[in-house]
Design a binder for this molecule. Structure first.
Ligand code: UD1
Length: 421
């Protein structure tokens, strides 16, 4: 297992190229199941979750080729010959549930290990199952597996999600494009990753309109051709780097992404005192004055993303005054707090609110990463802590940030990957 060693205190300067978005790449790779032709997907980030996705596709019999040098994946839909996503893979990546909609749509049968809870919450899949039932599927849940059947094929339906779940919207959108007749999804998630998935599906011949709004219309087609698509940039990676510039009192430009993907995070960076410059396809955040405290509430898009909550908490530790951070999406997403406190942060948790008092003089220590974004928050804290911070269990980080230590090193950070004992 690897760990990161960071020597804090160096301001970061320079520009960084943003990779393809993990949360767009996963559903889009699974969408290749919908076609019996050879899909080509570009701008794939080099992440552990991508490797897990390829293993899930392999388990379904699909022939995949990852051309690492140009970050392209080819997937042959003709070789699909199985319908099970096994426990060993689903347990390492919950997003494997996204095979359910495509498999039921194309094969009329699917067997997926029931994803368990994870560090940040219970994360049930009831919205996915209820919507697919409305489309004519039925399920048996036994021995830790979801067995889904749609012997008559899926039928288009009008579905209102109880909450704009990202995963449920993606799974059902993928099911609807090959279902018989029209579908309407209401209270759908509006995240940019949904828009990217719709774009990828459209490249296959799917008929979709309204993505990016709460109401999506789909006109089902009987078959889909190969997908040809380049993954959209990762707004969470971009916002994390902008925070790194600000917290270290430096200046960082993220390249290959438009500010429209991340309005709420940028607004909060401005509130904390960053000088923001928006270019056509780049954003710069510059430290120009002592950081100010802020109030942040996580919400579905276009609200503030829960995937940036932990990183902004690190920022709040350096802001003068009291910041309030409310987490409304996941019930247990404050696992980074005790670790930040070990570095010297002053944080009090009251229910789903964290009150952060700053600025705190952080000092390096050994800390444990608990989930993907928590790991990023510990890196940010380590970059300003005095002395040496060791972050253990960074396999979480490798799931979602492409070569983060390399990218940070190029900006001037003293960060080293080492073997953990
Ligand atoms: C996705 C993202 C994750 C992000 C999250 C919220 C991927 C691979 N992951 O996760 O990084 O933090 O969106 O932006 O894209 N819920 C139910 N029943 C369901 C489905 C969801 O109760 O059937 C609840 C969840 O427990 C959670 C909330 O809805 O409290 C939002 O979850 P959801 O949007 O589905 O998150 P994911 O798709 O799992």
């Amino acid at each position: 297992m690897d760990r990161l060693r960071i020597i804090g205190g160096t301001p970061l300067f320079g520009s960084v190229e943003i990779s393809g978005a993990k949360n767009a790449a996963l559903p889009i790779l699974f969408a290749s199941i919908l076609s019996n032709q050879k899909s080509v997907i570009q701008n794939i980030p080099l992440l552990a979750d991508i490797n897990t996705t390829l293993k899930v596709l392999d388990a379904l019999g699909m022939k995949t080729l990852f051309k690492l040098e140009n970050q392209v994946i080819e997937i042959d839909g003709a070789s699909l010959n199985a319908h099970e996503a096994p426990y060993e893979l689903v347990r390492t990546m919950r997003a494997s549930i996204l095979v359910l909609g495509p498999l039921l749509a194309r094969k009329r049968i699917a067997r997926v290990s029931l994803p368990g809870g994870c560090a940040i919450g219970a994360r049930p899949v009831n919205f996915h199952l209820a919507a697919l039932e409305k489309m004519g599927a039925h399920f048996k849940i036994e021995s830790g597996y979801i067995d889904g059947f749609a012997p008559q094929g899926l039928k288009g339906a009008e579905i209102e999600f109880p909450f704009p779940s990202v995963g449920a919207t993606e799974n059902i959108l993928m099911a609807c494009v090959l279902a018989e007749g029209k579908s309407i999804l209401r209270n759908a998630a509006c995240e940019p990753e949904i828009v990217d998935l719709a774009k990828a599906l459209r490249s296959m011949g799917a008929k979709i309109s309204g993505e990016g709004t709460p109401t999506i219309h789909i006109d089902g087609v009987s078959s889909l051709q190969a997908m040809n698509h380049a993954i959209a940039p990762d707004r969470i990676e971009a916002a994390t780097f902008l925070c790194a510039g600000l917290i270290t009192r430096g200046k960082i430009t993220v390249r290959g992404i438009s500010a429209d993907f991340m309005r709420s995070a940028i607004d909060h960076l401005k509130k904390s005192g960053a000088l923001i410059t928006e270019g056509k396809n780049e954003i710069t955040a510059e430290y120009s004055q002592e950081l100010a405290p802020f109030h942040l509430v996580t919400e579905p898009f276009p609200g503030f993303p829960t995937d940036m909550q932990a990183q902004f908490m690190a920022l709040a530790t350096q802001s003068r005054g009291k910041s309030k951070i409310s987490e409304t999406i996941f019930e247990n997403r404050f696992m980074h707090v005790p670790e930040l406190i070990r570095l010297g942060a002053k944080i009090e948790i009251k229910g789903n609110e964290a009150l952060v008092s700053g600025p705190a003089a952080l000092s390096g220590a050994t800390v444990m990463a608990t989930d993907l974004r928590a790991s990023a928050s510990l890196i940010l804290a380590g970059l300003v802590a005095e002395g040496e911070t060791i972050i253990r269990r960074i396999y979480h980080l490798d799931r979602g940030y492409e070569q983060i230590e390399l990218k940070l090193s190029k900006l001037g950070a003293q960060i080293f990957r080492e073997k953990d004992k």
